[in-house]
Design a protein around this ligand. Structure first.
Ligand code: HPA
Length: 245
């Protein structure tokens, strides 16, 4: 049976219903992961859970130790990663509360430790990253979304920005021109590092605000928190269905 790991993003720092067997404090060659990895049972199967921003939520997106997180999950036995990400909606279909299983990424981040393949290498290694998400895992998420009847998109291009500030309206115009549908700060380098470690990886993105300039006025933390509060139950239900499948 595949061992799944869930990387919980903003709004998902713990998973109720996880029967906790062990809390793993793993030190890695890259430093400490964001939090202890919770190992337990969820929906009847073994699962690992890691809070991307720490527990409590305290690590901003550009300071997450993505390498330590992926390395620790791999060494804890993970084979497939379900990543949960809160995002802004760029495409008109991506209103607040919408769920999206992206199929592509455009990476606008900079200065993050983004590879395992550096330092004293035996050979230079280039992973194929044409299709950044694992298609079989994406289909499991999509099938669970359909079973629940939740409004969702089966695909989308995820623009990953550096943060922690939100974008300017002008930047969102550019991302839209680049073909991006949603915008967040945590897809990368997480997805690429998972590929480097040969882990299947897919993302369930919850839209928590219209991206900058998509509605009149500014984006408030209060509206983001409200949308997270309203949407996170659906995210958990989808994850439970995938794990039970
Ligand atoms: N931009 C970037 N990251 C985000 C947003 C956004 O509008 N909303 C939630 N995460």
């Amino acid at each position: 049976m595949t061992v799944y790991a869930i990387i919980g993003g903003t709004g998902l720092t713990q998973l109720e219903g996880l029967t906790l067997d062990e809390s793993l404090r793993i030190n890695t060659p890259y430093g400490a992961p964001s939090a202890d990895i919770l190992k337990g049972h969820y929906a009847g199967r073994e699962v690992l859970f890691l809070a991307r921003h720490g527990h409590p939520h305290r690590i901003p997106p550009h300071q997450v130790n993505y390498r330590a997180n992926i390395w620790a999950l791999k060494h804890a036995g993970a084979e497939a990663i379900l990543a949960v990400n809160a995002v802004g909606g760029i495409h008109s279909a991506m209103g607040s509360g919408h769920l999206c299983v992206p199929h592509q990424i455009v990476d606008y981040t900079w200065g993050r430790e983004h590879t395992f393949f550096e330092g004293s290498l035996e050979a230079v290694t280039h992973i194929d990253f044409s299709y950044p998400y694992d298609e079989a895992l994406r289909q499991q998420l999509i099938s669970a979304l359909r079973q629940h009847g939740y409004a969702h998109s089966d695909q989308g291009v995820y623009a990953c920005t550096q943060g922690p500030r939100l974008e300017t309206a002008g930047e969102i115009v550019r991302l839209e021109r680049d073909g991006c549908d949603i915008v967040g700060m945590t897809a990368m380098p997480e997805a690429a590092l998972a590929r480097e470690q040969d882990l299947a990886y897919a993302c369930l993105a919850l839209v928590v605000n219209p991206a900058a300039g998509k509605v009149t006025g500014v984006i408030t933390m209060a509206e983001i928190e409200q949308a997270l509060h309203e949407g996170i139950g659906r995210v958990k239900a989808v994850l439970a269905t995938v794990l039970a499948g």
